[in-house]
Structure formats: C-alpha cells, structure tokens
Design a protein around this ligand. Structure first.
Ligand code: AHR
Length: 331
C-alpha cells in the first residue's frame, strides 16, 4: 500500500521541479538578464534632419526590438533643451540605461550630474560631448575629424583630373549644425589637410544645419555673390550637398563638373547623385549603430565594463564605384 504513495509523491516533486525550471528559462530575456524584467533604455535622438538620421533611428529601434530591450525613444527635433528634458524624464522614470546623440557638444554638465547622482549609466552614440568623461560609460560613433581629412585628401589627389588648376581654387563649405561635433571635427580635419595645399582656399563657409532645404538656401546665396569663384563644394553631409546641387543647377551650372561636389555620409541619395554625374565623392559615416549600442546596453546591465571609445569602421566612395556599390547600400 505504501509503494504507490511514494511513486505519486515522486511524480509530484518532479512536476514541481520541471515547472520551476520552465518558468526560470522563460524569465531569461534575450539580453541575458535573468531577473525576468526587460532592460529599459531611454534614448534621446537629435532629430530627423537627414537621410542619415532616419537610418540611425531605424537601426536603433529595430535593434532594441530584436534584443528584447524596452526602448523609450524621444526625438529632440534638433534642440538641446528637448534632449535635456527627455534625459530628465528618463531619470524620473528610473530607466536602466540612458543613451543619447547630443545635438551640440557643450552644455550637458548639469543634466549629466543628475544622471550620475541617480546612478543611471549613460552611453553617447554618434556625437560626443565636451564634458567630464566620468559622466558617460562609452562613446560609440565615427571619427569625424578623420572623415574631414578623407574628404580633403580625396579632393587634392583627384583635383587636377577634375580640371581644378591654378593658385586659387575656391571652395564653398556647407557646415553642419553650429556647435555640433560633426561640424566642428569635419571642418578641423578638412582644414588640416588643406594647410599643405594652399592653392585650395575656403572662400565661403556657413551652416546649412545638416538639412537639404538649408543647404540649398545657403548655396543659392553663395552663388549669388561668388558664382565665378566657387570651383568646389564641400558639404558636411549628403543632404546639404543634395540641396546645394539643386541650387547649382538652378544657377545654370553643372554640379559635378563646373563645381566639384564632395560630401560626407554615403547615403543612397548621394549614390544616385553620383550615378547621375552630379556628385564626385562621398565619405562614409555609418548610421547603423543600433546593434553596437544594444550590445553595450546589455553589457552594462550585466555589470561589464565598456570600452570608453568604440569607433565605427568606415570607407570612402568616389563616383566611379557608385554604380556597383548602390545595390549594397543599406541606407
Ligand atoms: O552626427 C552625424 C551627422 O548628423 C550626419 O553626418 C548628418 O547627416 C546627421 O544629421
């Protein structure tokens, strides 16, 4: 009579153990967090100013979804005050990690101190800040100075072939958002290389705020005053270059021929312009930072120390490779 009782008890114990194990494995998220809670990431984006930014936002949203990370996403609409407000709301919500792509380099100290006091780790993506490095765990993004250098090197190496001759090769520069890391650094890298090529002279320089419409507007005004002197356009991003190309055409000139066009990002629109013969070269700036960011978020959540600087690998695309490359472009 005793034996069946023991067997039933054994079956019951095994059943309980089995369901506990099943429960445990369903609580393990893709992020490796076994507490059963999803990691919450607050992300304050710059805005939606360019093709590049659209691709960057898509990459972040898709990667968060794929990794099972709960994303609180705020579009800062190119305004620092909006990003600061978003970061403060992430602190109030007690998110696990805060990440942001700072619209400008300075003015972050107060809110960074607040995040530090709340013990919420911060990751910078795409753009850097000028502040105490202890405010953030890592900065994931491109080397913007190097991008500026690459644009200038390509120009001086290919200038003659493109008909740029003499001691006064006038360059019009469309700068990115004033005070932003890519605008400051790309200018720095470009100028640095041109120092040893004094025949290339930046004769016009103004911000186009990284947008197509502003790029067009500023180029129109450049052409009004210096149509005959401008031989090169250096734009800090493809969107401004594409806007400026329209202005060049409307002024009766041929972009890519009468004015050599060099820019940065390597978005699809630039490849289309290069295939149409209207742009000469674009330097790659990779916006697909989502997977790297989510990896970093998971690492922080599991207590790992991140590398302070994670640099994105990038190349350059002159017009003659555009036709073959366009099919491989993901943004
Ligand atoms: O910070 C990256 C820059 O921001 C990209 O070059 C530009 O297109 C974007 O708006």
């Amino acid at each position: 009579m005793k034996k069946p009782k023991i067997i039933i008890s054994l079956i019951l114990v095994m059943g309980i153990l089995f369901s506990l194990a099943a429960c445990q494995s369903s609580n393990t998220t893709k992020s490796g967090d076994t507490s059963g809670k999803k990691i919450v990431l607050g992300f304050a984006q710059v805005g939606a100013e360019s093709e590049w930014r659209t691709a960057n936002t898509k990459s972040i949203k898709e990667s968060a979804e794929k990794e099972g990370i709960k994303l609180q996403f705020v579009d800062g609409q190119q305004k620092q005050e909006n990003q600061i407000k978003a970061i403060r709301s992430f602190i109030a919500q007690k998110v696990d990690v805060i990440a942001f792509s700072p619209v400008v380099e300075t003015g972050w100290d107060t809110v960074m101190k607040e995040a530090k006091a709340a013990k919420i780790p911060v990751i910078l993506t795409d753009r850097a800040i000028k502040a105490d490095p202890s405010y953030y765990k890592s900065f994931i993004g491109s080397d913007f100075v190097e991008e500026g250098r690459k644009a200038a090197k390509w120009l001086v190496e290919n200038g003659e072939k493109l008909g740029l001759k003499g001691d006064n090769i006038g360059i019009a520069e469309l700068e990115g958002t004033v005070g932003s890391a890519p605008a400051v650094d790309r200018k720095k890298g470009f100028t640095e290389v041109l120092k040893s090529h004094p025949e290339y002279k930046v004769i016009k320089s103004q911000t186009g705020d990284f947008t197509r419409s502003k790029g067009k507007e500023v180029m129109e005004s450049f052409l009004k005053s210096d149509k005959d002197k401008i031989k090169v356009l250096f734009a800090h991003n493809d969107d401004m270059a594409i806007g400026a190309i329209q202005a060049i055409e409307e002024a009766g000139l041929k972009p890519g021929k009468d004015i050599v066009v060099v820019s940065i990002d390597a978005v699809k629109g630039a490849f289309e312009a290069m295939i149409a013969g209207k742009m000469n070269c674009t330097v790659e700036c990779n916006p697909l930072l989502g997977p790297q960011l989510m990896e970093a978020v998971k690492d922080i959540a599991s207590g790992k120390t991140l590398e302070k600087r994670i640099v994105t690998k990038e190349t350059i695309f002159p017009a003659d490779v555009a036709k073959n490359e366009i099919a491989n472009r993901k943004y």
